[in-house]
Every structure is written in C-alpha cells, then in structure tokens.
Write a protein that binds this ligand. Structure first.
Ligand SMILES: Nc1nc2c(ncn2[C@@H]2O[C@H](COP(=O)(O)OP(=O)(O)OP(=O)(O)O)[C@@H](O)[C@H]2O)c(=O)[nH]1
Ligand SMILES: [Mg+2]
Length: 345
C-alpha cells in the first residue's frame, strides 16, 4: 500500500526516506506468492466487472472467429475504445499503431490483437506512473490535502486512506476543512471513530484555514505522522472554492513550509470525461500532486483511467472500488491491466 512512500528518497534536505520504516503489512499485496496475487487480482477483476462487460468481453466478441485484422474490425474496435472512455486521442493513437503493425506484417492474427492492446494500454499508464518521491518530513506530519468537487468521494477516501496508514503503524489525524455543511463535519467524525483517530473540527461556517491551522498545531504537538485534510467540494461559486483552497495552502505553509506534501485530487470515474475537465481546472488553481479515482466499481467507463493517465501528467495514487473501508487500492498499472484483461468472469 501507499506505494509512493516506498520509493527511494531523493527529495530535498528536510525530508528523509521512510523506506526502512515501511511496515511489512504494506507489502501484503506485493508478495510473490501466486496464490495471494491470484486472489488479489481476482478481487480487483470482480470489482471492475462493469468495465469488463463493456470493454473486455465486448472485445472478445469482436475478435471471435475473425480471420484477419481488416478495416471493418478496426472500425468496431474504434467504437469500442471510444465508448469505454479511453478517449479519442488515445483511441486514434492505438489504432494507428495497430495499422502500422499490420502493414509491416508484424500483427495479422486477431487473437494476438488483444495482447497487443493490453501491452499498449499498460504503456500509457506506466509512463504516467510516479517517479517523484514523497517521504515523511523530519519534523511535523506528512500533510495530505484532499480536494475535489462535491460528491466525488473525498471524505470516504480520507477514511480509507486513514485505515491504510493505521494498518501500517502510522498515527493519523483528520482535519474537518469542509465547514460548508454541518453534515460534512459529522461524516468525517464518523470516519475518525471508525479508525480510532482524532478529528480536529470547528463548527459549520467556520474558516477552513483556521481549522487546518489548529489541526497542524495539534498534529505537531501530538507527534502525529499523517494529517489528512478534508475540504469542501462546493462553495457559492467555483472561484470562491479555488480561492479557499489556495488560502488553506497558504496558511499551512506558514506553519510547515513544505505542507501540504500531497495535494490529492479525488475524481469520480462515473463522470467519465468530466473527470478530466475537473482535473485540469483544479490543477490550474492549486498544484495537484496526486489523483484518486473513485467508484470504478460502479462504472462501465473504467477506460477513463487510461485517458486520465495519458492526459494528465499527475500520478494516479489510488483507485476506489467500493464504499467499504478496505475498498481503496494503490494504483498499479500492471495489476490494473491484468485485472482488466483477465479471462475469468
Ligand atoms: N461505489 C463506490 N462508492 C463510493 C466510492 N467512493 C465513495 N463512494 C460513495 O460516494 C458518495 C459520496 O462520497 P463522499 O465521501 O461523501 O464524497 P465527498 O467528495 O466528500 O462529498 P462532499 O463532501 O459532498 O463534497 C458516498 O455515498 C460514498 O459511499 C467508491 O470507490 N465506490
Ligand atoms: Mg465530504
């Protein structure tokens, strides 16, 4: 879990590598045991079922019984890729590389086409995978500010991330920076109770920056490892929202110069292309360092993963595959494509 903590540290001098501190529980999903890996994959594959119905199994139907890769087949493939929300540009590129291979006689068997697609799709995702490093600061908590429009799953994702950190032995605190609705604070408090972690909250309508400032002070005083900051997804206007987020960041910096160490944008996979426009909008306003894509279990448009990785040069950290506390996965290109292309139904 939390793969970006495992990567080698080459960050500036006030950080240190946590590689040695990473508890073994974090490696549970990377064990070489085929059996373990198999069931892990099978579970992910089952969660992606709607996308598989719409993409993988339809791809099988298109390829079934075909003798050659001709224009008609490529047309069907094009429609399939576009409807799976892989994106027009990505679809065109994929088709172009298939045509090139076919022309050079390097690809003629429709059965091999599936493998080729899988490899190409993985390449898109891998190239966008993170090689920047994030590590625990020497002083103060590692601060993760979670942003996104309303309803995408910010608060739920915070609850799930807290669970992952707790499982790996880290101490966690939550900050209720969404003061726009009273219910937002109580929802975060429920996640706090579920995880057994403290929640710093003020009352509805309070200044989110002051909540976050208090939370930072408290986290530093209590030697907390990870501070997760919830934010509002809705303000009176979009500009208000962006200004609010910028202000929260500014206030944090006053207390901890490098905070937030991660600005995590949560996107809802069921909104398809809309997720991409949100990513651009937020990134223009506040510099996003990581993405979480939720509700992949509820959509047939899981191809959006490929689209987002290709279009946004921001690492996809997590995918949400359900409403339960354990339904958050570290995103891994290989696992994802394996799960997407596994045969079992
Ligand atoms: N199926 C599914 N549902 C999810 C997932 N992540 C979140 N949800 C659900 O999405 C709904 C909205 O989640 P919240 O966490 O309240 O979203 P939010 O972004 O905090 O919303 P606001 O606070 O209103 O801005 C809830 O019903 C969650 O249970 C996921 O990965 N899969
Ligand atoms: Mg919320």
């Amino acid at each position: 879990m939390l793969s970006w903590f495992k990567k080698k540290d080459n960050s500036p001098s006030d950080t240190e590598s946590t590689a040695e501190k990473t508890p073994s529980a974090e490696h549970e999903n990377n064990t070489p045991s085929l059996k373990g890996k198999g069931s892990f994959l099978a579970k992910l594959s089952a969660k992606l079922d709607k996308t598989k119905e719409n993409f993988t199994y339809r791809l099988d139907t298109i390829l079934l019984g075909k003798k050659e890769i001709d224009a008609a087949l490529l047309e069907e493939l094009e429609e399939l890729l576009v409807t799976a929300d892989i994106g027009v540009a990505t679809t065109e590129e994929l088709l172009e590389s298939i045509r090139r291979k076919v022309k050079r006689n390097e690809l003629s068997d429709p059965e091999k086409l599936k493998d080729f697609l899988k490899k190409e799709i993985r390449k898109y995702i891998v190239t966008s995978e993170d090689d920047t490093t994030q590590a625990m600061p020497k002083k103060g908590p590692f601060v993760i500010m979670v942003i996104g429009v309303n309803g995408v799953g910010k608060t739920t994702t915070i609850g799930k991330i807290a669970h992952k950190f707790i499982a790996s032995g880290k101490s966690v605190m939550l900050a209720a920076g969404d003061t726009f609705r009273a219910a937002a604070v109580s929802q975060l408090k429920i996640w706090g109770e579920r995880n057994g972690v403290p929640v710093v909250a003020h009352r509805e309508g309070a200044d989110p920056s002051s909540v976050v400032f208090d939370a930072l002070n408290s986290a530093i005083a209590k030697n907390i490892d990870i501070l997760l900051v919830d934010t509002a997804g809705r303000m009176h206007t979009k500009d208000n929202l962006m200004e609010e987020l910028k202000k929260i960041k500014r206030v944090m910096t006053k207390k901890l110069p490098r905070a937030p160490h991660e600005t995590l944008l949560v996107l809802d996979a069921t909104t398809g292309q809309n997720a991409l426009s949100q990513a651009r909008l937020f990134n223009d306003a506040v510099n996003i360092t990581g993405l979480a894509l939720t509700k992949l279990d509820g959509t047939s448009k899981g191809g959006i993963v490929i689209n987002i990785c290709r279009e946004m040069n921001i690492p996809l950290r997590f995918i949400g595959v359900g409403e339960q506390i354990e339904d958050l996965r570290d995103f891994n290109a290989e696992e994802f494509t394996d799960a997407l292309f596994t045969e079992e139904k």
